[in-house]
Design a binder for this molecule. Structure first.
Ligand SMILES: *Cc1c(COP(=O)(O)O)cnc(C)c1O
Length: 351
């Protein structure tokens, strides 16, 4: 079975490093647990590292963490389903929102439960995932403000997710301006949540625009890197999460298949470069476990050359010491980690 190891001490170190850098700029950090499916010990490590709240995109993960007595507070990142408003207000203290109709449902559910639910209103600054367009923002603030049992806590934006748009002083400046206007309207200072791990370069270069008071950080803490160029954060561990699997075949074979080429297992017609006979290893790791394209071997001189559902093919010609039964270990891209954490075939081990 493939094994995902998660080094809790490294995650705590990364959280603490980012929180200390953020504190210098009066920015708080929400620790985002969704890439590791809300594993409670990961949330605990983030809280020890100084995050102000735990944020996750799935209520199921928040429920898991609550059951494990994680104190929270909890922020639901994905826009709530209207139909699940009751679940949202009972499990999370705050949620990100862009729809008035959903806020009406949250308000009704919160009233019925006798709780106040916090709302962060999302603005789309051009990345084209969630959020209200800036010119419609104030009217959303005004209508949500009048709903009982809800409290607008902040304004937020999400960048570098769909459109790949990089946070800068222009788009975050728009966020700040809208925050000022909304704060004046509601009569208190709103949290200004200026994005995810793609805003970390601005933070570490001490160029975070004025007025930003919060970031929601997952990849930065878990994988130790920012997400504009995927550069490591200075002083952070990038190897807190590793995946490993066993070699189940090791043979010399030609680099070009024999016979007529049709479709591969996934409907693609593969192309090959003739590099002569090569030493190849097959690992018991495939698309049901992870995203093979996102694997980075720790050993040098080996290459991932392909994968099917259950097999990872490696060229290990330049690496002599390997044998059948040996374990190979890889770093992971965000997508590869997400898939591994989600796959029931991958054992998760905290170290
Ligand atoms: C996933 C998510 C984040 C965290 O993103 P990272 O790039 O992992 O830091 C922040 N905000 C929202 C709305 C998200 O969905």
């Amino acid at each position: 079975m493939a094994l995902l190891t998660i080094d809790i001490a490294k995650i705590e170190h990364n959280a603490s490093l980012i929180c200390r850098e953020a504190a210098k700029a009066d920015v708080s950090i929400y620790g985002v647990t969704k890439v590791l499916c809300g594993i409670p010990d990961v949330a605990r490590a983030m809280l020890r590292g100084g995050v102000k709240a735990i944020a996750d995109s799935r209520s199921e993960n928040i429920a898991t963490m609550r059951k494990a007595d994680i104190p929270g507070p909890f922020v639901l990142l994905r826009l709530p389903n209207r139909s699940l408003a009751r679940q949202v207000v009972t499990l999370s203290d705050m949620s990100l929102n862009s729809e008035y109709a959903t806020c009406v449902s949250l308000s009704e559910a919160a009233t019925a439960h006798g709780v106040t639910h916090g709302i962060i209103l999302m603005v789309d600054l051009g990345d084209l995932r969630e959020g209200v367009w800036p010119n419609a923002f104030m009217s959303l603030v005004k209508s949500v403000c009048s709903l009982p049992s809800l409290e607008i806590r902040g304004i937020g934006t999400n960048l570098t997710c769909y459109g790949g748009i990089v946070p800068d002083k222009d788009n975050l400046g728009v966020l700040h301006q809208l925050a000022l206007e909304a704060s004046t309207y509601v009569g208190y200072k709103l949290e200004v949540s200026g994005g995810n791990s793609s805003t970390l370069p601005l933070l570490f270069q001490k160029q975070i625009p004025k007025g930003i008071t919060n970031l929601r950080v997952g990849e930065g803490i878990v994988l130790g890197r920012e997400t504009v160029n995927r550069s490591p954060l200075p002083g952070a561990y990038t190897d807190a999460c590793l995946i490993s699997a066993e070699i189940i075949e090791l043979k010399e074979k030609p680099s070009v298949p024999l016979g007529t080429v049709g479709q591969d297992a996934f409907g693609n017609v593969p192309l090959f470069v003739d590099r002569g006979w090569r030493k190849r290893a097959i690992l018991s790791l495939g698309r049901q476990d992870t995203v093979p394209e996102g694997l980075v071997p720790l050993l040098s001189g080996v290459d991932v050359i392909g994968a099917s559902s259950d097999h990872l093919l490696m060229d290990i010609t330049d690496c002599t010491q390997l044998a059948v039964g040996d374990i190979m270990t890889f770093g992971l891209s965000y997508g590869a980690l997400l898939a591994a954490a989600t796959s029931p075939y991958v054992e998760k081990r905290l170290v």
